[in-house]
Design a protein around this ligand. Structure first.
Ligand code: HGY
Ligand code: MN
Ligand code: MN
Length: 400
């Protein structure tokens, strides 16, 4: 008898969880995430699914042998730093539970049905969002990705080899996949405001991550007069204020959530401040305008402060419109709302690769995500499993 949803969910709860914050640290190819990856393959094996893994650790487990017109469902197991329990794992556990539910209904797929996990969806270690699915679809080449470095200077290639993975994935893993469906906890309050347990995604806002390197002159915090300083912290601070103001004025999103100060000494004017901007907007043009306005204001401030600035895009994800026909087909008869999101997903990468894709969202009562406080009720999670099973039966069953 396969483990029920609740059992699987409690299996995962302690893995990578911080005792102090209650948040999750499941960075890719490090112990907690590798423990989850092994758990997932065990669960697939217990269900008689045949597991294929590519050279970076993306996994697809098949019900039926893979082939053209296959239907794939899944999500990711990695987390942001100090993340929530649901972002990613809910889609993976729900996919396994949906297979069980279909079997309990006596369903047999008339086309191959796969359950997938893509690695490094958050880009929390190597900086490029959806790194696993970009490699699996060829959206980024191995040559480009192999030298990406994590915060301690470990390259992707070395990070993989210490996890026993060779890197340089071929594109065979997703061969034949005709439709992808990702279930995900909603990262917002749209469903709770509509009193709906399940919804369907219409698309993903374009978004990007940009590294801002502010360089000034290190000096003494006490003996250096204010007018004699070239202080990169000041330029950064004014840039953070400008980003917030520009996003508010435009009704878009801008966040500086990560900062590195050199030498990070209490009684020194810093020599360098590196900050990462996460910017998102409701259209490609709006994102370009927002990012441009922030960079212009940062450069103006930098010349006033006598500092210098280099801005480097690290991860850019274009606007995604999921297949409208598929969204309408799944949502219409079931009365599910069709809603946009500003959160990136592997589903966006597969959609951009030309695979007809849909996302199911499960209600998040607070809307909070990328936080230990992220939550969803068990009832809504089980409603999500049943919804996913219905959708998979429709997509992988005999054509009506
Ligand atoms: O950052 C995002 O939008 C997603 O959670 N990876
Ligand atoms: Mn996330
Ligand atoms: Mn996610």
């Amino acid at each position: 008898m396969p483990d029920a949803f609740e059992t699987m969910w409690s299996d995962l709860a302690p893995v990578g969880r911080s005792a102090s914050s209650g948040g999750y640290f499941r960075q890719p190819w490090l112990s907690a995430e590798r423990e989850l990856a092994a758990w997932f393959e065990e669960q697939c094996g217990a269900r008689g699914l045949s597991v294929s893994r590519d050279a970076v650790g993306n996994v697809v487990a098949w019900w039926g042998s893979p082939g053209p017109g296959a239907v794939l469902t899944g999500s990711h197991l990695d987390s942001v730093l100090d993340g929530g329990a649901y972002d990613g794992p809910l889609g993976v556990v729900s996919a396994l539970a949906a297979v069980d539910a279909l079997r309990e209904r006596g369903f047999t797929p008339s086309r191959p049905l796969g359950v997938s996990v893509f690695v490094e969806e958050e880009g929390s270690r190597f900086g490029l969002a959806c790194l696993g699915s970009r490699l699996a679809t060829g959206a980024v080449s191995w040559d480009t990705a192999r030298s990406l470095k994590d915060r301690s200077g470990v390259s992707l290639e070395d990070g993989l080899s210490s996890a026993g993975l060779s890197g340089s994935p071929d594109l065979a893993l997703l061969e034949g996949v005709g439709t992808f469906v990702e279930l995900h906890v909603e990262q917002g309050r749209d469903l709770v405001d509509r009193s709906a347990a399940v919804g369907v995604a219409s698309g993903i806002w374009p978004h990007g991550r940009y590294r801002y390197e502010f360089t000034g002159s290190a000096d003494h915090a006490g003996t250096t007069r204010m007018e004699d300083r070239a202080d990169p912290m000041l330029t950064y601070a004014m840039t953070a204020l400008a980003a917030n103001k520009q996003a508010r004025l435009a009704g878009e999103r801008a966040t500086f959530g990560r900062l590195e100060v050199t030498p990070n000494s209490t009684n020194s004017v810093p020599s360098r401040v590196t900050a990462w901007l996460d910017a998102r907007a409701s259209s490609a043009r709006a994102l370009e305008d927002l990012v441009g306005a922030i960079e212009r204001q940062a450069s103006e401030r930098s010349s006033r402060d006598g500092t210098s600035l280099v801005v480097t895009p690290e991860s850019v994800s274009g606007s995604v419109e999921f297949s409208p026909g598929l969204a309408a087909r799944l949502a219409g008869p079931r009365g599910w709302p069709v809603i946009p999101t500003a959160a990136g997903h592997d589903a966006g990468i597969l959609s951009a690769a030309g695979i007809p894709t849909a996302m199911l969202f499960v209600r998040n009562p607070t809307g909070v995500s990328h936080s230990p406080l992220e939550t969803a009720s068990m009832d809504d999670c089980l409603a999500g499993v049943s919804a996913l099973a219905d959708v998979l039966a429709e997509l992988a069953g005999d054509p009506a």
